[in-house]
Ligand binder design. Structure first.
Ligand code: ADP
Ligand code: ASP
Ligand code: MG
Length: 449
């Protein structure tokens, strides 16, 4: 059972979570928990302030302390607060010294961000374990840096499954055997030599899937603040509907193209081992949720959901001499490869190629290297809007409906036909919501679709 930040945002919510876990103890449960809602953003904001030599980082450290402090005070009584408060003090002291280091050195590497960002999970995990104990459920807090072994790609580390499997057997199974609930920090891990890493933003889902795959679990439950995976983000379109069953391929595509409800890498380890993943609502636990499994869901060639992702950059490279030449695309991709910058969508013509990039980090360097290959244009603040479904190449008229519904939106780029399960378009960031609403209306509302 994985509980996201939205499920542990306040003392009341933590209590609700403890009740949910207790009610399911007839089966053996391993809990994975994210930081209290908003804490990871706050921790990273403090690091950026320290980097800018802005004394505001001190206020951030204080806010981290006081949010956890008040949650603990509302959850646990009297002297039983002491070990939790001592642990919290230790974490905030560590945080202050990391911020001071960033401030003094005026340097903030991905490795340092990982050490800072993981502090939220280390705090929430102790709090949830204590809340379980306070309600009479034996529980043990487990720091995932001792379990999830990763490579050294700070900021987006990949698990080393074999080594992690050994640790799962050594460190989680004995707790289960004693009849207790291991409460594991989501999001974080450590390299073979013990340096802290994170699995990327939203990575607690991934933790749940990695541990679920290795235990192995009967099923993986991702508990969040919505009734399941929906036809669109319900914050953007109130008429969003829950999808009862979805195939793993569609879920992965949706997550990758922006459905925040699931971390993009989540399902792979679980699905490869045939373990179903459920998305469930902490605030409405009796709702059936969404079941994700390899062949799940109906297989009619229809759209299943709309997703979108902002903060995209489009890069256009044109080279009239590319006409009839070969090797041009290879040289273009070689530049992205060299700067380790993944490309999402591509469109080409005889003399030009446009691509989208999600991560702005290396764009200036990429742009400089591409300049040798042709004329380069960079469009920032773009969004990818995707219609995700199944069997699109067998489905007549789908493209017409997509374009018909978007006739009032300026579409900058299109990727259609690259896969059977996805049609993606690029629009300006401030038109993304409008495009999403129009597409949702076309395919999922008014009794259509
Ligand atoms: P958690 O803290 O539980 O990990 P997240 O904020 O990461 O929660 O993910 C849940 C949120 O994802 C929902 O509140 C919802 O606004 C958003 N979301 C985006 N797309 C979808 C979708 N297709 N279905 C459901 N939720 C979505
Ligand atoms: N707390 C981490 C984040 O905000 C991980 C997660 O929520 O899954 O990204
Ligand atoms: Mg999440």
């Amino acid at each position: 059972m994985k509980f996201g930040g939205t499920s542990v945002g306040s003392a009341d919510r933590v209590r609700t979570v403890a009740d949910l876990v207790r009610a399911r103890r007839a089966r053996q449960v391993v809990v994975v928990v994210s930081a209290l809602g908003g804490i990871t953003d706050l921790l990273i904001r403090g690091a950026r302030l320290a980097l800018a030599r802005d004394a505001g980082w001190e206020g951030v450290a204080y806010e981290v302390l006081s949010r956890h402090h008040s949650t603990i005070a509302a959850l646990v009584e009297g002297r039983s607060q002491d070990p939790l408060l001592a642990h919290l003090d230790g974490l905030v002291t560590e945080l202050r010294s990391l911020y001071t280091g960033v401030y003094n050195l005026e340097e903030l590497t991905l490795r340092t961000i990982d050490a800072i960002a993981g502090i939220g999970e280390r705090a929430s995990c102790e709090i949830l374990a204590a809340a379980l104990e306070a309600g009479g459920t034996p529980a043990a807090a487990v720091d995932a840096r001792r379990v999830v072994v990763t490579d050294e790609s700070f900021g987006r580390a990949q698990p080393l499954m074999e080594e992690t499997g050994v640790r799962v057997r050594e460190r989680l199974l004995p707790i289960l055997d004693q009849g207790a609930v291991p409460v594991v920090t989501g999001f974080i891990g450590a390299t073979r030599t013990g340096v802290a890493t994170t699995l990327g933003r939203g990575g607690s889902d991934f933790t749940a899937s990695i541990l679920g795959a290795l235990l192995p679990a009967e099923e993986i439950q991702i508990w969040t603040d919505v009734d399941g995976m929906m036809t669109v983000d319900p914050r953007v379109v109130p008429g969003a509907r829950v999808i009862p069953e979805v195939s793993a391929a569609e879920a992965a595509e949706l997550a990758y193209f922006g459905a925040k409800v699931l971390h993009p890498a989540t399902i792979k380890p679980a699905v490869e081992r045939g373990i179903p993943v459920f998305i469930l609502n902490t605030l409405n636990p009796s709702a059936p949720g969404t079941r994700i499994a390899a062949g799940a869901g109906d297989d009619t060639p229809e759209p299943r959901a709309i997703a979108f992702k902002k903060g995209i950059t489009v890069i256009l490279i044109s080279q009239p001499r590319m006409l009839m030449a070969y090797g041009f695309l290879a040289r273009v991709f070689e530049v992205f490869d060299r700067h380790r910058t993944p490309v999402d969508l591509i469109a080409t013509s005889e003399v030009s190629v446009s691509l989208t990039v999600d991560d702005p980090e290396n764009i200036p360097a990429v742009q400089a290297d591409l300049a040798g290959l042709g004329e380069v244009q960079v469009l920032r603040r773009m969004a990818i809007v995707s219609v995700v479904g199944r069997g699109f190449l067998r489905r007549a008229g789908l493209a017409a409906r997509v374009f018909q519904s978007l006739r009032e939106v300026n579409v900058v780029m299109i990727s259609f036909g690259a896969s059977d399960v996805n049609v993606s378009l690029v629009v300006a960031e401030d038109e993304a919501e409008k495009a999403v609403r129009l597409l949702h209306r076309e395919f999922f509302e008014d009794g259509r679709g």
